[in-house]
Design a protein around this ligand. Structure first.
Ligand SMILES: Nc1nc2c(ncn2[C@@H]2O[C@H](COP(=O)(O)OP(=O)(O)OP(=O)(O)O)[C@@H](O)[C@H]2O)c(=O)[nH]1
Ligand SMILES: [Mg+2]
Length: 263
C-alpha cells in the first residue's frame, strides 16, 4: 500500500547503513592527526605495521593544505605559496593517542621547475622506491590540480603504483583539488576525464576513486574522510583476522529468519 501522508515512516533498520560510520566519526578520526616524524631518505623512515596512506602529487597541488583541512589544524603540514615547500617525507599518526591505527605520509611534490636537476632526479628515485617497496603503504591519495588534470608526471607516478593498485594491495584516490576555481561544467569535465583515464587501472580487486575537493570551500572533505577511514579500518580488520581460526563462524551469525533455505 502506498502511503500518501507526510508522517515519518518506521523503516526497518538496514544493517549495512547502520554499520556505516557517521561524518562525525570519520572527521573525528581525521582530526586526531598529529606529527610523528620526518625523514629525508627512505632508510630513515620508521618501520610501520599500521596502514599507511601517502599524499602525493605535483608541487603546489594542495597536498599539505588537504592534510591540514582533514586534520582541522592550520599548520600541521606546512602549506605554502612557494612550490617545493615540503622537502621531506612527513609522517602523521591517527587514532587514539595510546593506540594509533593509521599513518598519513605527506610526500614532497614533484614537477617544480626551479629545483635543480640532480635534486629532482634524487627525489624521483625516492618517490618511486617508496611507492614500489614500502610494505605498509596501503593507500595513495594523488592530488591533482583540477584545472590541470592528470599531467605526464602524474601518469608516470601512477605507473609506479599501478601493479600494486591492480592487485588491490594499494588503494587509490585521485583528488581533484582547488575545485573552487572551476564552474560546474568544468568540474564535471575534469571529473569524467580523470575517471576515464583511470579506467585502465581498474580491476575486480582494485579500489580506485576520484573526488572533487576544495580546502577553501570544504568541498569533498567528509567524502575523503569516509574513504580514508574505511581504508584504515578495513586494513586493520584484514590484519586482525589474519588467523582464520580466530574468525567467528559467519553462518552462526546469520539470523534464522534471514538464513537462505537449504538447497
Ligand atoms: N583556491 C584554492 N587554493 C588552494 C586550495 N588548496 C591549496 N591551495 C593553495 O595552493 C597553494 C599550494 O598549497 P600546498 O598545500 O602548500 O601545496 P603542496 O602540494 O603541499 O605543495 P608542495 O609542498 O610544494 O609539494 C597554497 O597557496 C594554497 O593556499 C584550495 O582548495 N583552493
Ligand atoms: Mg606540501
Amino acid at each position: 500500500m502506498t502511503n500518501t501522508t507526510s508522517e515519518p515512516q518506521e523503516i526497518a533498520p538496514n544493517p549495512v547503513a547502520a554499520a556505516a560510520p557517521t561524518d562525525k566519526v570519520v572527521l573525528g578520526w581525521t582530526h586526531t592527526a598529529r606529527f610523528l616524524t620526518t625523514a629525508s631518505q627512505l632508510v630513515h623512515l620508521p618501520p610501520n605495521e599500521l596502514p599507511e596512506i601517502a599524499f602525493v602529487g605535483r608541487s603546489n597541488a594542495g597536498k599539505s593544505t588537504a592534510i591540514n583541512t582533514l586534520a582541522q589544524q592550520k599548520r600541521l603540514a606546512f602549506a605554502s605559496k612557494t612550490p617545493g615547500r615540503t622537502q621531506h617525507i612527513n609522517l602523521f599518526h591517527l587514532g587514539p593517542k595510546d593506540a594509533p591505527n593509521a599513518l598519513f605520509a605527506d610526500l614532497p611534490g614533484y614537477g617544480y621547475a626551479a629545483v635543480a636537476k640532480a635534486a629532482k632526479l634524487r627525489w624521483q628515485k625516492v618517490m618511486a622506491d617508496y611507492l614500489e617497496v614500502r610494505r605498509s603503504l596501503s593507500g595513495v591519495v594523488l592530488m591533482v590540480d583540477s584545472r590541470l588534470g592528470l599531467t605526464d608526471l602524474d601518469k608516470q607516478l601512477l605507473e609506479f603504483v599501478t601493479p600494486r593498485v591492480r592487485n588491490g594491495e594499494i588503494k587509490l584516490l585521485v583528488l581533484l583539488t582547488k575545485a573552487d576555481k572551476l564552474n560546474r561544467k568544468e568540474a564535471d569535465a575534469a571529473f569524467f576525464a580523470t575517471q576515464d583515464f583511470l579506467g585502465d587501472i581498474v580491476t575486480e580487486e582494485s579500489d580506485v576513486r576520484v573526488t572533487l575537493f576544495s580546502a577553501l570551500k570544504k568541498q569533498g572533505v567528509a567524502d575523503v574522510a569516509h574513504i580514508l577511514y574505511e581504508w584504515a579500518h578495513s586494513a586493520t580488520l584484514v590484519k586482525a583476522s589474519f588467523n582464520p581460526e580466530d574468525l567467528p563462524d559467519p553462518a552462526a551469525q546469520v539470523d534464522e529468519a534471514v538464513r537462505p533455505a537449504a538447497e
